[in-house]
Design a protein around this ligand. Structure first.
Ligand code: 13P
Length: 252
């Protein structure tokens, strides 16, 4: 099964609208010819419309960084699927480790968010990953299984096919210490196997599993060259259009 590589830039809480506009102008010519790689940007909510206007037509995905599962309501500070779509989003990150660790996001909440994103027409990207203590303690597979089961058990096969998984080991995020290509491959193969045992071989062969955690232009090719690594979710290095484009080229 051929899986088109996907490289996404998670800007986190960086960039004003003006900075986002400049970024889009710089990025477009750098990725213009990259037909064999899917690209997405996850700007802060305030810049979603600018990014969608500037690069949405070029086929670049525009993803929110979080969503609430309710269609609307008294949830101060939250945002719905319909609001993200209204602002130009085509997808959404779910369960980023910063949301889990700093904002108390649980697997139960993520199951609701995943269902809401699928029902609402947003491409969901479920982030999973173990902490350093869990890896050192031999708990990685148990942790990843819990996160997959917590969020995805209720999904049908056709729904699973619409999900992208992002494996982001917490110890590699923002630390400059990426997983080795071997660790990334071994863990991605485990995740694909877990999807196969729960949702069937067909789903497992089709689903894209991105690696995230200190992906840079100089380590991207080795990570993205692994057979079960279908792309990258890039934080810090995605803030610079040149660096992000270099990573996208490494996926092609
Ligand atoms: P860094 O690339 O800065 O390590 O961040 C990874 C990440 O959290 C992407 O979602």
């Amino acid at each position: 099964m051929e899986r088109t590589p996907l490289v996404a830039g998670n800007w986190k809480m960086f960039k004003t609208r003006a900075e986002a506009a400049d970024y889009c102008s710089a990025l477009l010519p750098l990725v213009d010819e990259l037909d064999e790689v899917d690209i997405a940007i996850c700007p802060p909510y305030t810049a979603l419309d600018i990014v969608a206007e500037r690069i949405g037509d070029a086929g670049i995905g525009v993803w929110g960084q979080n969503v609430h599962d309710a269609p609307e309501g008294a949830f101060t500070g939250e945002i719905s699927c319909a609001m993200l779509i209204d602002a130009g989003a085509t997808g959404v990150l779910l369960g980023h480790s910063e949301r889990r660790a700093l904002f108390g996001e649980t697997d139960e909440a993520l199951a609701r968010k995943l269902a809401a994103a699928l029902a609402g027409g947003l491409e969901p990207v479920l982030c999973i990953g173990e902490s350093e203590a869990e890896r050192d303690g031999g708990e990685t597979e148990r942790r990843l299984s819990t996160q997959l089961d917590g969020a995805m058990t209720a999904l049908s096969g056709s729904q699973v096919l619409q999900v992208t998984i992002a494996y982001e080991p917490v110890w590699a995020i923002g630390t400059g210490r990426s997983a080795t290509p071997e660790i990334a491959q071994e863990t991605h193969a485990f995740i694909r196997g877990a999807i196969a045992s729960r949702h069937g071989e067909e789903c497992a062969a089709a689903i894209r599993i991105l690696y995230g955690g200190s992906v840079k232009p100089d380590n991207a090719a080795a990570l993205l060259g692994q057979p079960d690594v279908d792309g990258a979710l890039v934080g810090g290095a995605s803030l610079d259009p040149q660096g992000f484009a270099a990573i996208a080229r490494a996926a092609g």
